[in-house]
Write a protein that binds this ligand. Structure first.
Ligand code: MN
Length: 276
């Protein structure tokens, strides 16, 4: 079959047809943007809108016609936002720790790693860490007319409930170490309170959640059910979920031994009954 050589007119028509089938040029030229882990800056949240130490790492700042921002917000224990509203609402994804959220007129709700909070447009609210735990969440917020938040008054200590005046004036409760061994080994109780929990556990190098996870793992590996009981309970307070604790003991059956994992499962049942 002889090859037909197209005329210039036919070539033009073919080119026009091919062009009409292509997507718009601008869309084809847009590049993906990947901001690498560790490359983004941490900023301290402004004191006029926050109480306590709060760090913000912007994950995405809207560009051009975009309206949605995303940021990671890390609250130290006791830190929180001021009261505020979002014109088009906000979604919070808790990634570690234990925190609190409250809408105006509603109860204070506890939030933990894995929880997702949606705040409807215009609802006055605050969010932050629990008094005894740090909390980190990712916040996804859509702006209207370039504005994503309307700030209001600070959350007073009495509203936050961290240290209501009556609790602060009440005599301090004996620590768990004092109750367990204060009578027989007072120095060990004092070292446990001041050095272990007052210094080592308070160091920022590991989050309380991660410290709980490694401590629970070590106690399972050593088959120490008495200490495991209180540390599984503390791990729940520090944001380790029940599913994560069960996954931990299942995983450790292969490294620490099946009997250790079975003992740990029995301890977990007791702890979950008291701290679901
Ligand atoms: Mn908010």
């Amino acid at each position: 079959m002889p090859t037909q050589i197209p005329t210039p007119m036919k070539q033009l028509a073919a080119a026009a047809l091919a062009l009409s089938m292509l997507p718009p040029v601008a869309a084809a030229e847009a590049e993906l943007h990947i901001s690498r882990s560790g490359s983004r800056t941490l900023n301290t949240a402004p004191a006029q809108n926050f109480t306590g130490r709060v760090q913000v790492e912007m994950l995405h700042t809207p560009d051009g016609p975009e309206r949605t921002s995303a940021g990671t917000v890390s609250f130290s224990p006791g830190a929180r936002t001021a009261w505020h509203t979002h014109p088009l609402g906000q979604t919070l994804i808790v990634t570690s720790g234990v925190g609190r959220v409250q809408r105006w007129g509603g109860a204070i709700e506890e939030i933990r790693a894995g929880d997702v909070v949606h705040i409807p447009p215009g609802v006055k609210h605050w969010h932050g860490a629990a008094p005894g735990s740090a909390m980190t969440h990712i916040a996804i917020t859509e702006a209207r007319d370039g504005k994503a938040v309307d700030w209001l008054e600070q959350v007073a200590d009495a509203q936050y409930g961290a240290l209501p005046p009556t609790a602060a004036a009440a005599p301090a409760q004996p620590s768990q170490a004092q109750r367990l061994l204060g009578d027989v080994a007072p120095k060990l109780a004092q070292l446990t309170d001041d050095v272990l929990f007052g210094d080592v556990w308070a160091r920022p190098g590991l989050s309380p959640r991660d410290r709980s996870l490694v401590t629970v793992s070590a106690l399972i590996a050593m088959n120490r059910p008495d200490q495991l009981r209180s540390h599984m309970s503390l791990a729940r307070d520090n944001g380790v979920s029940k599913d994560e604790l069960v996954e931990t003991l299942t995983h450790l059956a292969f490294y620490a031994g099946w009997p250790n994992a079975v003992t740990a499962a029995g301890v977990a049942r007791e702890v979950f009954a008291n701290k679901p």
